[in-house]
Design a protein around this ligand. Sequence first.
Ligand SMILES: *[C@@H]1O[C@H](CO)[C@@H](O)[C@H](O)[C@H]1NC(C)=O
Ligand SMILES: *[C@@H]1O[C@H](CO)[C@@H](O)[C@H](O)[C@H]1NC(C)=O
Length: 463
Amino acid sequence: MNLHLLWKAVHLIPVLATKNGVTSKSRKRIMPDPATEPPVMDPVYEALLYCNIPGVAERSMEGHAPHHFKLVSAHVFIRHGDRYPLYAIPKTKRPEIDCTLVANRKPYHSKLEAFVNHMSKGPGAAFESPLHSLPLYSSHQLCEMGELTQTGVVQHLQNGQLLRDIYLKKHKLLPSDWAAEQLHLETTGKSRTLQSGLALLYGFLPDFDWKKVYFRHQPSALFCSGNCYCPLRNQYLEKEQRRQYLLRLNNRQLERTYEEMARIVDIPTKQLRAANPIDSLLCLFCHNVSFPCTKNGCITMDHFKVIKTHQIEDERERQEKKLYLGYALLGAHPILNQTVSRMQHTAEGKKEALFTLYSAHDVTLAPILSALGLTGARFPRFAARLVFELWQDREKPREHSIRILYDGVDITFYTSFCQDHHRRSPKPMCPLENLVRFIKKDMFVALGGGSTNYYEACHREGF
Ligand SMILES: *[C@@H]1O[C@H](CO)[C@@H](O)[C@H](O)[C@H]1NC(C)=O
Ligand SMILES: *[C@@H]1O[C@H](CO)[C@@H](O)[C@H](O)[C@H]1NC(C)=O
């Protein structure tokens, strides 16, 4: 099967003039499939995809099923939207990005003003501790570190609206008088994830009743709840970090680039590297703000390209070597197990939430994607969404099927547990049992070592 033919690009990135020497030509490219086409070796292009600049007509295959199928539940995992850097480049001015939400500033969204208005009436105190102490929307003229920007809010208003059109208007997933128990909302304790979740929810259910909305707090970025202790997972992670370190060490051009940048900002190379400058540069890049200059010179697009190229190489090697897969299988198991349990309950006619939202991070989505066997999936961009849909066959009500979508692309048949099904069946769906078998059993087979459950696998010796 030729992936490139199957998933031919469908839409364009808007043409933007920009600082930092990106030509309008490099912005006007066809968008590839985020899940099934491998990254190309054009770092600027990859960076643009990562920014996920709002305004592009979104691709969306959510909710596509034959007529005799009924949508039973949807489980949505998101990465927070565009944010301010987590780290500052020492001795340079902080990027001047305004985190207030202003309707007449780009990127626009018709619901932005109403969103801010609704949030200002929100009883944040009703959420699970410590979420109750977080602001429901950003209001700083100069963003704080890691804060969600207007771009990030707009990205998730768009996500919510898109899911509303498909799941509510078309498939009537929730009744108009939906009840609090029909939603399950969970977020990590960062303001950017809570606010992203609220923006998506507002796009999905505009002017929702605050009394029916409750966000639960998830302390772990892996969403592993009571099952986080897993020594073998940590061992895999250490080996993976060692791999990463060696790859960096072997990249002479990268090393020289860090040295040059360190000279420009006049700090030791080690200190610059520790400040993770690509995080700041990506933010400047996504916001069309010039890279910093000092009396010693300027950080340039060439520096940016070298670091970004290295990131792409790192991602590629990570997928090739299986260390990350081991980490991912163990890291993603608890949340996948929880999701599949909810689906099974629903399929058995028990009461469960119909719409589940996990507002999370790149380090949440990346292991899930790897664990599902999506070796070609791109690293989660800002406001990335991964959706599991549960469907019931009206003609055979006991049969349930799933679909899995990543950034609007149907990736069901790229997963390790639905690939074979696709070859045998004309149905564009995968049986729920395939996912169940994978989570309860085959995941551990994939890990090797003879373990048959999570606890055994986590405590296996002699890795
Ligand atoms: C980016 O910045 C340049 C230079 O200030 C400006 O001319 C251009 O319009 C900006 N592009 C966008 C998309 O805002
Ligand atoms: C998996 O789900 C089952 C059923 O909900 C639960 O009993 C079990 O503890 C879960 N295991 C893990 C490791 O999350």
